[in-house]
Design a protein around this ligand. Structure first.
Ligand SMILES: [Zn+2]
Length: 76
């Protein structure tokens, strides 16, 4: 489980704003700093989830990839 978290798909699209704080991540596409960790960041890429602001600069296929990733997780 721990390993799985480090290889989270979301890390392909963001990086830690501050290496000592895992809750703040920066979007590689729109440079927004996200204060909610990788989990919320993925919702940012998927767009339109809950009240999290979607990414306007990421390519459409990235959002699709994240949504498929969520669906796959649900089935596990
Ligand atoms: Zn973004």
């Amino acid at each position: 489980m721990e390993n799985k978290r480090m290889t989270d798909l979301g890390w392909n699209y963001c990086y830690l704003t501050n290496p000592t704080n895992k809750n703040n991540v920066t979007c590689k596409y729109c440079s927004i700093v996200f204060k909610g960790g990788i989990y919320k960041f993925k919702h940012h890429l998927a767009s339109g989830y809950r009240n999290i602001k979607g990414c306007i600069k990421s390519p459409e296929h990235v959002g699709q990839e994240i949504i498929e990733y969520f669906l796959k997780k649900k089935q596990e």
